[in-house]
Design a protein around this ligand. Structure first.
Ligand SMILES: [Zn+2]
Ligand SMILES: [Zn+2]
Length: 245
């Protein structure tokens, strides 16, 4: 059982208050409570560390309630900007385990929390699935996987794309029926940044969908441009109002 671990914040914080003898007992108590296994991935054969949910720098206490056991790779997933984890972060599994506590239930990279087809960010990792080993794109290196929201995943698996249900993986067991149902909610158009393998258009089902989401009007209603349009409209209205007074 590896246990040389300490809190990753230490290299960044020269202040070592609390990391004395008391800390070692607390760390041991944390590992014991968590069954000597990582609370994100469940690994029990890696170096285990105690992670502060609320960082010490932000006033998080050295208390059992504020500590969770993490293996070193998963600890690096939670501390993305701490370079001391750069060598191990990739060893963390892509998905957290289904019962991982919220503060550590994140996908491996921050970008993985966004659907690669529609671009929408999902805070709940359970709303995401991954297409493993997709065919590599014309001018992109093999990415290993694309994360997708469940709607886009269901849509792609039933479209002409080369994505099949058996290529998909997620947090816990994937319910094909759920993905298939949710495909109806997939956005009509992929985001402008979607890689070609997932940039598949969904045929609009209603006139409303066609007009709002499949014509340039979609930039007015869904894109960041809508704020510009709203602002300009207000400005024009206000100008007209004041000049007519
Ligand atoms: Zn882990
Ligand atoms: Zn999506």
């Amino acid at each position: 059982m590896g246990s040389e671990g300490d809190d990753s914040d230490r290299p960044d914080h020269p202040d070592r208050r609390g990391y004395g003898e008391g800390w070692d007992e607390l760390r041991q108590a944390t590992l014991r409570r968590d069954g000597y296994a990582c609370t994100r991935c469940g690994a029990d054969d890696r170096t285990l560390q105690a992670h502060h949910v609320i960082p010490r720098g932000a006033g998080g206490p050295d208390a059992l309630e504020n500590l969770l056991t993490l293996c070193r790779p998963c600890h690096g997933v939670i501390h993305q900007s701490n370079s001391s984890f750069d060598d191990v972060r990739d060893e963390a599994p892509l998905f957290p385990k289904p019962d991982a506590p919220d503060p550590v239930a994140r996908l491996r990279e921050p970008i993985d929390q966004c659907c690669s087809r529609c671009g929408v960010e999902r805070t709940d990792s359970g709303d995401l699935v991954a297409w493993i080993d997709p065919p590599s794109g014309p001018d992109e290196p093999d990415s290993g996987h694309f994360t997708l929201c469940k709607s886009c995943a269901g849509f792609l698996a039933e479209s002409d794309a080369r994505c099949e249900y058996e290529d998909l993986t997620g947090m816990g067991r994937l319910q094909i029926h759920e993905l298939s149902t949710r495909r109806l909610d997939a956005r009509v158009r992929p985001s402008l940044f979607a890689p070609p393998q997932v940039a598949v258009r969904r045929e609009p089902r209603t006139l409303r969908e066609r007009v709002l989401f499949d014509t340039p009007l979609r930039f007015v209603f869904t894109g960041p441009v809508r704020w510009l349009v709203a602002g300009t409209t207000l400005y024009v209205l206000a100008t007209l109002l004041f000049t007519s007074l």
